[in-house]
Ligand binder design. Sequence first.
Ligand code: B4P
Length: 186
Amino acid sequence: MKSRLLFLGPPGAGKGTQAKLLCENQGLIHLSTGDLLRAEVNAQSPLGKEAALIMNKGELVSDEIVLSIVQKRLSADAKSGWLLDGFPRNLIQAQSLQQLLENVSQPIQAVLLIELDDETLIKRLLSRGRSDDTQEVIRHRLEVYREKTAPLVDFYQSLGILVKIQGEGDVKDVALTIRSALGLVM
Ligand code: B4P
């Protein structure tokens, strides 16, 4: 049974939606850096105020902030299974994560890449309508994804743990595709 997973993919591919379902189904802890950052924003903490300005522009929040949030959660939850959603988002975060997990002897078992065409991504995000889901910000997030996050595909492929799926279709069908691609029991 795979219990240390990571979801990768462009904004709107369905990482958050599918991560939630899979965690409920498999009893894993869902660690979404997007959700953790939005919780800080809603609490209007100093960190949240800083993060809100960056998120609403479609930029990546600083590695320092994100790493400190993840480190805190992973050291508390490292013993049980987990699914990282939306983290890492660049090579520095990926390398820091490798180091962190090596230190606790908890390597990632599979990285799931959810692929989807730009037109569908943009349509989904516009209908979600979060404050960072405007046309202009979405386009910028897609550029940031291609420049900073997409190189992680090669990084995890070279480690031999990358699994690719197509994110088209309704939520239930995609969920089934994911479980089958990861060889998980339904
Ligand atoms: P995230 O919160 O990670 O959000 P996302 O990538 O935009 O969306 P996701 O792919 O999870 O899509 P979802 O399932 O919600 O990031 C937001 C921001 O936080 C970033 O831009 C950045 O600023 C910051 N951030 C987060 N992590 C960071 C990090 N590690 N480093 C630095 N900054 C970081 O789906 C989207 C919509 O599609 C939803 O409305 C959903 O209902 C719908 N949908 C999903 N699946 C569908 C399907 N099969 N059919 C139809 N609709 C579907």
